[in-house]
Design a protein around this ligand. Structure first.
Ligand SMILES: CC(=O)SCCNC(=O)CCNC(=O)[C@H](O)C(C)(C)COP(=O)(O)OP(=O)(O)OC[C@H]1O[C@@H](n2cnc3c(N)ncnc32)[C@H](O)[C@@H]1OP(=O)(O)O
Ligand SMILES: O=C([O-])CC(=O)C(=O)O
Length: 508
């Protein structure tokens, strides 16, 4: 064990040397203020665009609202302003007009930023920091600009000595260790509100409307920077009986945000490596984290986590209070919690299949027929098949494809994982059944169908934790939009509601 740790330390030191060398290759260390300055330069022209739209085209009709849409969760009604991403039913998510593949092609990844730090072909997925730059500025960042975002987030943590603010640390330590991780995350983010620059300045009467954005920006970056610590704190509490109260890892100021999430979960070479991953698996886990947290950042504005953040933010609640509302929405099983439900479902199904095979004494059995039977049983019990269907998408979720490609690129790693194999098998069987069932508008797998079981493969076996990782990623889109909401002076959101009597009288 000790030798293992010593070897790991050697690798870490080597890694740090390489990273340092790559940093020092750039002529200057990119300023952590670059993102805010670049944003500031865009404000006037964007405000003018918004003013022109409001003044000239306010009466332009976008669509009709029917009783069906009102009673059907407003599906299909374009009712929100959202700038970072758009969701096409047939093409999937686009980030400032770019598909996931185009983002992988154009946005700086770990290799671009740090150089060739591993010999196992990893570092290929864009960094969430590049995505943050893209969503805020609308421009594809350079390597230096991406590094400046890494510096920005790490500087915030440096000022906190790599620890959660004391109030948050105290509150988190007092929560029951078995409280659902999403509840803990929501409380943790809410507690960070005591650090809010926006609400402090506002309550002192120091903020004019044109100044809202600046402290909203600072708070949002503080929130995003603290997420690796919060996720790590919550995860460490699930293990404290074995590992004690100390953190599972530490913030590495030379590395990126997704790397630090992985470290704080104890999954990297400069952490406790609590699941005993090999160096290749550690590197793959970080790669998975970069992929996952890169593609989950946003899904246009209408999804529940983004919409809740936007709605609460429209009251001028600070970014911490606004995003903790988004987290509460993400914690529902029809939204982000489906990741947890999918894995539970896969385990139950796998157990049933194995039992059946034992009974029939048939090594292969007719697995597809057994799966089909079980799916029909669930549907006839009026249960939803977790990980399938979508409110907007009408294709295989491209994010699901991206996760599946991760598996396909590592055939040796995954070939004996029966649950990962079952997940892939299901994606071929379930759509036809859902089409025959005839109820759901989208019979294809969504992103939650694949994500949890991949984390499970690398040792994140605590099902309830998956959505916390989703919550880290999702902060980036809605908070970016919140900053722009404040720049553009969007008002408090307050739709009109209609009662049954009025609806009935309208139809007469
Ligand atoms: C990151 C994410 O949030 S992705 C989504 C994660 N959620 C899941 O995977 C949970 C399973 N899926 C679902 O419950 C749904 O497909 C949702 C919530 C994602 C979308 O809901 P909707 O937009 O209302 O879907 P849709 O219009 O197709 O629903 C029509 C009917 O089909 C049913 N249906 C939809 N998906 C499924 C499914 N996977 N299994 C069984 N029935 C389904 C709905 O419950 C609804 O039934 P009802 O008429 O009795 O109320
Ligand atoms: O778009 C939605 O409604 C749900 C979803 O996939 C997401 O938020 O990522």
């Amino acid at each position: 064990m000790l030798r293992h740790i010593n070897n790991n330390n050697k690798i870490v030191n080597l890694y740090r040397t390489v990273v340092k060398r790559n940093y020092s290759n750039s002529s200057t260390t990119p300023s952590p203020n670059l993102l805010k300055q670049t944003l500031q330069n865009k404000i006037v022209s964007k405000q003018k665009e918004m003013k022109d739209l409001r003044q000239t085209h306010s009466n332009y009709k976008i669509g009709d609202i029917t009783i069906g849409s009102l009673l059907g969760g407003m599906r299909g009604n374009s009712l929100m302003y959202w700038d970072g991403t758009t969701l096409s039913p047939t093409e999937g998510i686009k980030f400032k007009g770019l598909t996931i593949e185009q983002c992988q092609d154009k946005l700086p990844n770990a290799k671009d930023v740090f150089g060739n730090i591993s010999n196992n072909n990893n570092g290929k997925f864009f960094l969430p920091e590049s995505m943050l730059w893209l969503l805020i500025t609308g421009e594809i960042p350079t390597r230096e600009q991406t590094l400046s975002v890494i510096n920005l987030l790490n500087n915030i943590l440096r000022q906190q000595n790599g620890e959660l603010p004391p109030v948050t640390e105290t509150i988190m330590n007092k929560l029951p260790a078995d409280m659902h991780p999403m509840t803990q995350l929501s409380i943790g983010i809410t507690s960070l509100s005591s650090q809010s620059k926006f609400s402090s300045l506002y309550s002192q009467g120091k903020l004019g409307k044109s100044e809202y954005w600046s402290s909203t920006f600072d708070d949002s970056m503080k929130l995003i920077a603290n997420l690796p610590l919060l996720a790590g704190k919550i995860y460490s509490r699930l293990h404290q009986k074995k590992t004690g109260p100390q953190p599972l890892g530490s913030i590495n100021y030379e590395m990126d945000w997704a790397y630090n999430i992985s470290s704080m979960l104890g999954m990297t070479k400069d952490s406790q490596n609590i699941k005993g991953l090999t160096p290749k698996q550690q590197s793959d886990f970080v790669e998975l984290m970069r992929l996952y947290t890169g593609i989950h950042v946003d899904h246009e504005g209408g999804n529940v986590s983004a919409h809740s953040t936007h709605l609460v933010g429209s009251t001028l609640a600070d970014p911490f209070l606004s995003y903790s509302s988004g987290i509460n929405g993400l914690a529902g099983p029809l939204h982000g919690l489906a990741a947890q439900e999918v894995v539970r479902f896969l385990f139950n199904l796998q157990k049933k299949l194995e039992k059946q095979q034992q009974k029939s004494n048939d090594a292969l059995g007719d697995t597809d027929a057994a799966i089909t039977k079980e799916i029909w049983r669930l549907l006839s019990n009026q249960q939803v098949i977790p990980g399938y269907g979508h409110a907007v998408l009408r294709i295989f979720d491209p994010r699901f494809d991206a996760m599946l490609n991760f598996v396909k690129q590592r055939p040796k790693e995954f070939q004996n994982d029966k649950h990962v194999n079952l997940m892939q098998n299901l994606s071929q069987i379930v759509p036809d059944i859902l089409i025959k069932h005839g109820k759901c508008k989208n019979p294809y797998p969504n992103v939650d169908a694949a994500s949890g079981i991949l984390f499970y493969h690398y040792g994140i076996t605590e099902l309830m934790f998956f959505t916390v990782i989703f919550g880290c990623s999702r902060a980036i889109g809605p908070l970016t939009q919140l900053i722009w909401d404040r720049i553009l002076g969007l008002p408090i959101e307050r739709p009109k509601s209609i009662d049954m009597t009025t609806l009935k009288s309208m139809t007469k």
